[in-house]
Design a protein. Sequence first.
Length: 362
Amino acid sequence: MKKIIFSGLILSGLLIYGCRKMPDQPDNSKIKLNLPSTVIDYSHIPSPTGTMEVYYEDGTLIDNNKATIGRVLFYDKALSFNNSTACASCHFQENGFSDTKATSVGFDGIATKRNSMPIGNLYNNVGTGYFWDTRSDNIEDMVFRPIQDHIEMGFENIALITEKLSNLPYYKELFKKAYGDENITTDRMRESLGQFLFSIVNINSKFDKGQKSNFTNFTSEERDGMDLFVENGCSSCHFINSEFSPDGASREKMANIGLDERDIDIGNNHQYRIPDMRNVALSGPYMHDGRFTSLNQVITHYGANVKANPYLSEELKSDKKPKVPTSNYFGESQSSIVFFLNTLTDEFTTTNVRYSNPFPAK
Ligand code: HEC
Ligand code: HEC
């Protein structure tokens, strides 16, 4: 008898839980977005050599109306199951669209497994793949993974999301402008999110400006740091030229830098994406697990702590960087490298209103 009552309780518990599995509808009916009456031109940005065209993953010019929808989606907490979490909750503009926590907190208060990545110059990933392990090979596949992730935004049943967004008045006009009618489909969401992400291009850092002026804008310390970055092979992995095309086979895409003797998180066959250095001074903590809080710690790793991991990349086995260094190889010049890395900060993308939150402050 007890058993029957008990299983009855479990069953009704499951039923109640099952019914609760509908997404919470936000009270956004009266929200007025801060968007200009003329659409922002995402397809062009200033650059050290004049105005530059910005391209989507498929090589076509960015569509301004679609990128605008993408911006709203990126900041909209309605994209999470319980309206608590937006993409921007783990990707902050002022931090190069990365998070200041080692691991981020998802919609249900649970921490993500890895460190949030900065977003910018995604064009460089075409043909390589997205995420630390490159598991997603196109942007329209990539953008729905966080929404459906059970830790990040919790919308496992994606069919429910278009229904939820269709009840939000501010999307109707935006979709009509971009697609000719008000229908919100998952394909349209994928594309517009992708368009917004691809519009984030870092080309206006001090370094980018310096490339056009033989670095006359650099201090001597920044120059020393740049020389060290090149001489020590950092630039053979972390490609820093201001080119926005996937620059062919010569470029490394993934590597293992011997953070541990053995990897706990094995990435993609013990290799991880080689991170872009733009905005790196703003995007700490560092590495796939966010283990280092400062750039100094990162460089100390390369100079003194590289572990003899069986998958260690060849570049880190050369004489210049001893296999298992005993004293800090970089010594006092370490700070110059940090000064140099600071020249890769792009204030255009980290402050410009076009990439900012369009929702009014509560
Ligand atoms: C709860 C935190 C969280 C939320 C919410 C979140 N992300 Fe992320 N994002 C991460 C983490 C962590 C990674 C790295 C994951 C990995 O590699 O396994 C990441 C990686 C990415 C990357 C990969 C960048 C690259 O260079 O490969 C992009 C782009 C991105 N997120 C966009 C988005 C978008 C768009 C949304 C909203 C639909 C979103 N994120 C929501 C935490 C989050
Ligand atoms: C063999 C290729 C390779 C070389 C050489 C290399 N790196 Fe890296 N770097 C990587 C990879 C891969 C990661 C990410 C590793 C991870 O998270 O497991 C990384 C991470 C970083 C990060 C953290 C970025 C972030 O967003 O978390 C910084 C900063 C960095 N490297 C700077 C340097 C400097 C400075 C040098 C030269 C002393 C250098 N790297 C040499 C491949 C390389």
